[in-house]
Write a protein that binds this ligand. Structure first.
Ligand SMILES: [Zn+2]
Length: 152
């Protein structure tokens, strides 16, 4: 599958319309982190991105958060330590997903937003593959409610 950045933006918009009862459309928020996924104790889950990000940075951040979301059901509470452990996987998976839409500067953009270099290395290959599969498929078929987004 190949596409363009515009197509990625469009697929994301459609996907968030589809999954709105489970995961709300990402919102800006003043914060130090580039973005965050909040699974919540009851649905819906939330995604926030740092206020002031440009459209390009925002797209990358949202893809990143979806890689967490696809392993952490809305309403499941979530676990900060688990997200931290997932970071290398999330970054590598998000870089691959973005590259299928012609975006080749994922790492560069995240590094420029002060994401530390160690968060791009290591990570369980099976988890990376799973993230790519789940988020990639959801973006290719944004009209289909993905199983992983079903609230607990
Ligand atoms: Zn993350």
């Amino acid at each position: 599958m190949t596409g363009t950045e515009d197509e990625l933006a469009r697929q994301l918009r459609l996907l968030f319309i589809k999954i709105a009862p489970a995961i709300k459309t990402p919102q800006p928020k003043p914060m130090n982190d580039v973005s965050m996924y909040i699974a919540n104790n009851q649905p819906p889950a939330f995604i926030y991105y740092r206020k002031g990000l440009c459209e390009h940075q925002k797209l990358l951040a949202i893809v990143h958060e979806l890689t967490h979301a696809c392993l952490t059901r809305p309403g499941s509470g979530g676990d900060e330590e688990e997200y931290e452990r997932q970071e290398p996987c999330s970054n590598q998976a998000a870089a691959v997903i973005c590259s299928t839409y012609g975006i080749s500067d994922y790492r560069k953009v995240m590094r420029s937003l002060t994401v530390p270099a160690y968060r791009f290395h290591g990570g369980d290959p099976t988890t990376i593959e799973l993230m790519i599969e789940r988020v990639g498929t959801a973006l290719e078929q944004p009209g289909v409610f993905p199983e992983w987004a079903n609230p607990i």
